[in-house]
Ligand binder design. Structure first.
Ligand code: NAD
Length: 293
């Protein structure tokens, strides 16, 4: 069993830390917020007010941080991982981050004798705490193999996509599709409403046909039609991911009209749907407040 550091103990990182402990690993945690560290210490995780003990003692450090800028600061900033270089240390970034930032950071870590794997996740806080997340992974065969016992304690499904950064490319594309499918799914339900067709029956028909998606199979029945809107993934995080996708598409020099429309609709939703709301609330753009009350 390994000694594993977890940096970022929020909705996802907390669950990952607890799943790792349950899997028999020793977990050392760090978060920038004192109250978050204290809450996890109360759940039996050793927590520290800085990253130095994690760098010293852990063989693998998991990152679960809000965005690419913060991942970069945690690795390259004062008191960060590069300030405590430890040859052989493997960093696994589970955050949804920018592939080019990941590649750049991996090169800097490699120059200091360390290595990086990107393993962004889906499955939400529930998947993190039950160890049933899905991971799309970027890294060398050897680094991914070394991380595998730790990844297995946190996830039910893992797909090794390619070299470092490939996991983050896949995650960005996945979330862009999810963001677009929520919009097209809401349009489908709007059509059904105007045409006098029951929403649940429509979904059952779609899910038996070729128009189905993860959103029609999971999001609408689990979080939308029942009014629950409690997936644990916020508008703020999904808006970040859609922005990241649009930025990445632009950096690749691509002109993709559906990606652009998706980005525009998610950006303008800021005016009507607060950051703290569940990301499935985006359906109110087409379905109005009735569906989200
Ligand atoms: P969160 O905001 O709940 O947690 C992030 C944690 O990082 C917070 O506790 C925060 O205090 C900590 N943090 C911020 N800056 C820090 C720093 N400099 N050093 C140490 N800790 C710092 O976010 P989350 O929902 O846990 O998401 C984490 C990542 O996982 C994001 O990249 C998100 O896009 C991705 N993700 C989230 C979900 C979900 O359903 N919540 C699903 C898949 C992927």
């Amino acid at each position: 069993m390994a000694t594993v550091g977890v940096i970022g103990l929020g909705n996802m990182g907390r669950g990952m830390a607890l799943s790792l402990t349950r899997g028999g690993h020793r977990v050392l945690g760090f978060d920038a917020v004192e109250a978050t560290r204290a809450a996890l210490a109360g759940e039996g995780i050793e927590t520290f007010p800085d990253m130095a003990p994690l760098c010293r003692e852990a063989e693998i450090i998991i990152l679960s941080l809000p965005n690419a800028e913060i991942v970069e600061a945690v690795i390259t900033g004062p008191g960060g991982l590069l300030a405590h270089p430890k040859p052989g240390l493997l960093i696994v970034d589970t955050s949804t981050s920018h592939p080019e930032v990941t590649r750049k950071l991996a090169a800097r870590l490699e120059a200091a004798g360390m290595a990086m794997v990107d393993a962004p996740v889906s499955g939400g806080p529930k998947g993190a705490i039950t160890g049933t997340m899905t991971m799309v992974i970027g890294g060398t065969e050897a680094d991914v193999a070394r991380a595998m016992p730790v990844l297995e304690a946190m996830s039910a499904k893992r797909v090794h996509i390619g070299p470092v950064g490939a996991g983050h490319v896949t995650k960005i594309v996945n979330n862009l599709l999810c963001a677009a499918h929520l919009l097209t799914g809401a349009e489908a339900l709007r059509i059904a409403r105007e045409a006098g067709v029951d929403a649940e029956r429509l979904l059952e028909g779609l899910n038996a046909g070729s128009g189905r998606s993860g959103v029609t199979q999971v999001n609408f029945p689990t979080w939308v039609l029942n009014g629950a809107f409690d997936s644990g993934f916020t508008m703020k995080l999904m808006r970040k991911d859609v922005r990241l996708a649009a930025q990445f598409v632009g950096e690749l020099g691509l002109d993709l009209p559906l990606a652009a429309d998706t980005a525009r609709l998610w950006a303008t939703s800021e005016a009507t749907i607060p950051d703290t709301e569940d990301f499935n609330r985006i359906v109110s753009l087409q379905l109005g407040p009735v569906a989200t009350s």
